[in-house]
Design a binder for this molecule. Structure first.
Ligand code: NAD
Length: 322
């Protein structure tokens, strides 16, 4: 594998994609972003990137994004909300699966031979092993989990078959959090939802009994793994978990967010609601594979990552209010 220098980040106006675009620019890549701004913000596309506003479901838009010549594609454009997928499974299917097929076809048409894909821990459904290794059963229990897995399989198949050669890697990301995650979108990112509620003085809603757990991984750690993987031959044809390896209950997360404003679950306005469809009880990644292959380990713990996120969120909420 030769060292690629130009990168296309689909979904690069979104939460994870905009950070990844920043990291790639820092590493010397010429970055193009393809995004239709469904949930992303043009303001979050880094100044140094070329922005193509377009839809991954449209092959002509995809061709425009590849036009300057692309060495590596990081495909993050997607319908990222479990709840929205239940409401409109057809739309979720078309963005996450047809969009991914279009990106694979774009790689073939434009002779790009490196593709990295944003998969999800939701492919495991209710995991049969905790912490969950990549070899655990695949049994998604949400429409979103099904489409993320279909996209993953199409990407892995494209890596195994076809001409010209396509070197592929997929990351099953767990709960990624950090600055720029939407504070106003009630459909994705539990930490950002809680933080937005608390900073605006709104009630916080906890689904189920709050003892369900998630593996929260900081966005900067995630981007480091994506960037390091590009030039690491051992990652080709492989799927990796990307999580912190620790689980935190939703109640404990809520406590940690409230502590930032000197409140507790007893003193704050907390409401409860039934479990959401497809809710997983316990989720924690086994990250030994990526540790062995890439020498990757998370560097930012929940406390440090939360501090960085709160600092950013306080400014963002003040800007939105004023
Ligand atoms: P996000 O909603 O902030 O980012 C998704 C981006 O894709 C947005 O900028 C959106 O405008 C863009 N987009 C959506 N549909 C598009 C289309 N048809 N054409 C072009 N662009 C389109 O969400 P995120 O949290 O940054 O997620 C990024 C990717 O990572 C998604 O594919 C998501 O499924 C995956 N993922 C996220 C997490 C997480 O914890 N955030 C975990 C696992 C996987």
């Amino acid at each position: 594998m030769s060292a690629p220098r130009s990168a296309l980040v689909t979904g690069g106006a979104g939460f994870i994609g905009s950070h990844l675009a920043d990291h790639l620019i820092e590493r010397g890549y010429a970055v193009t972003v393809l995004d239709n701004l469904a949930t992303g913000r043009a303001a979050d596309v880094p100044d140094g990137a070329t922005f193509v506003e377009g839809d991954v479901r449209n092959p002509e838009h995809v061709d425009r994004a590849f036009a300057g010549g692309i060495d590596v594609v990081c495909h993050l454009a997607g319908q990222a909300s479990i709840r929205r997928a239940w409401d409109d499974p057809g739309a979720d299917l078309s963005v996450n699966v047809l969009g991914t097929l279009n990106i694979i076809a774009g790689c073939r048409r434009h002779h790009t031979n490196r593709l990295l894909y944003a998969s999800s821990m939701t492919v495991y459904g209710n995991p049969t092993a905790i912490p969950t290794p990549e070899g655990a059963d695949i049994a998604p229990v949400s429409c979103y989990g099904i489409t993320k897995y279909a996209g993953e399989r199409y990407v892995m198949l494209a890596g195994a078959e076809g001409d010209p050669r396509l070197d592929v890697t997929a990351f099953r990301m767990f709960n990624v959090y950090g600055p720029r995650q939407s504070l106003t979108n009630p459909y994705q990112g539990v930490l950002a939802i809680f933080l937005g509620n608390v900073l605006r003085g709104e009630p916080v809603c906890i689904h189920s009994d709050g003892e369900q757990s998630r593996d929260f991984v900081f966005v900067g750690d995630v981007c480091r793994a994506w960037c390091d993987a590009i030039d690491t031959p051992g990652t080709v044809g492989r799927v990796f978990n990307l999580g912190s390896g620790r689980d935190t209950s939703v109640n404990a997360l809520c406590d940690a967010v409230l502590a930032r404003v000197g409140a507790t679950r007893q003193s704050y306005d907390i409401s409860s609601a039934p479990a959401q469809p497809g809710d997983i009880r316990r989720s924690v990644a086994d990250v030994s594979d990526i540790g062995r292959t890439l020498g990757w380990a998370p560097q930012v713990d929940l406390d440090g990552g939360m501090s960085a996120t709160v600092r950013w969120a306080q400014t963002a909420v003040e800007e939105q209010a004023g």
